[in-house]
Design a protein around this ligand. Sequence first.
Ligand SMILES: [Zn+2]
Ligand SMILES: [Zn+2]
Length: 180
Amino acid sequence: MYEKIYLVPLDENSRGYADWLGQTLSKKMGFRLQSPLSSRLPEEAYNAKSNQYYAVPILSKLELLKGSEEELIMAVTEEDLYLPNQNFIFGQANSVGRTAIVSFLRLKPEYYGLPEDPRLIKSRLFTVALHQIGHMMGLKNCDNDCVMQVASSVNEVDKRPDGFCPNCLLNLTLPTKVRI
Ligand SMILES: [Zn+2]
Ligand SMILES: [Zn+2]
């Protein structure tokens, strides 16, 4: 009896990563993967000045796609995301709507002029997604050796462990159990 989650690709290149993430979350963590949905980035979230998308309206739109309040929904995009007080973000979540979005644009080594490495993107995407899942399930950022550590650069993403610290595990407001 685990949490139900939808994975939603928002652009063509996100499809493979969204599928992989869904399968990995169900295999490693016991999430119940819901039937595939797809959607598009809402026009109104686009900021032409910075060529980025504002994360908040995307989350509101995602909430409408869910079947029920308890379900989790996570979108994946290759576009760059931002918040008004942050130049860019790797992801954003809302614990009330249980919605989240992750961007893999800045997880790609080629973004930093390094050789392509799809496996590295996937391992980064996993911890970025797990961090946002923690937020969706009510966790705050955490200073312990924990996936809930803040990451504001890709180096910090790489330093972050791929699991929750004992404190965060206790605080997961789950009606069910998450296996690590
Ligand atoms: Zn966070
Ligand atoms: Zn923690």
